[in-house]
Write a protein that binds this ligand. Structure first.
Ligand code: COA
Length: 129
């Protein structure tokens, strides 16, 4: 847990963005995280939108709401080029793929990493072709 928090704090200090905690307004419960991570895809620098929620809160629209807010924040406040924003999603993770689609991303390509099949999702094909 400490390593995970340290990793995120180091990332936040280096790039000026990272993961947000997602807290329900009505009861202050921490239900997940959603945010941005600077990374690379096939040597191209890019910014991944990621999210992870407690299973008892799945399928209530929370990831979509959070990911949309993070996307808007990235583009409007951090001035990150929308073309470089992406998500790496396992082929069998249909819920995550749906969240990506609901915030306007499209499936760009399939690839394999560590023997696991993934889809690259992004807002534009242009940057990743
Ligand atoms: C992926 C995850 C963040 C989605 O969170 P969520 O709050 O349930 O997402 P939302 O409610 O906003 O949207 C989920 C969508 O996926 C759909 N969905 C869920 N399971 C599905 C399945 N097996 N097949 C197809 N669609 C599915 C839902 O119906 C919903 O779409 P809809 O609004 O069109 O009906 C959540 O499942 C999670 O935390 N999973 C574990 C961590 C993870 O996989 N993170 C992403 C790594 S890439």
């Amino acid at each position: 847990m400490k390593n995970w928090v340290d990793r995120n704090l180091n990332h936040q200090n280096k790039y000026g963005y990272g993961l947000f905690s997602v807290i329900l307004k009505f009861n202050q419960e921490l239900i997940g995280d959603c945010g941005l991570e600077h990374t690379k895809f096939e040597e191209k620098p890019c910014v991944e939108i990621g999210y992870d929620f407690l299973s008892k809160y799945w399928n209530q629209g929370y990831a979509t709401e959070a990911a949309k807010a993070v996307k808007d924040y990235a583009i409007e406040k951090l001035n990150i080029d929308s073309k470089s924003i992406c998500s790496f999603i396992r082929k069998n993770n249909k819920a995550s793929q749906r969240v990506s689609e609901k915030i306007g991303m499209q499936k760009i390509k399939e690839y394999k990493a560590n023997d696991i099949d993934y889809y690259l999702y992004a807002f534009s094909k242009e940057y990743f072709k």
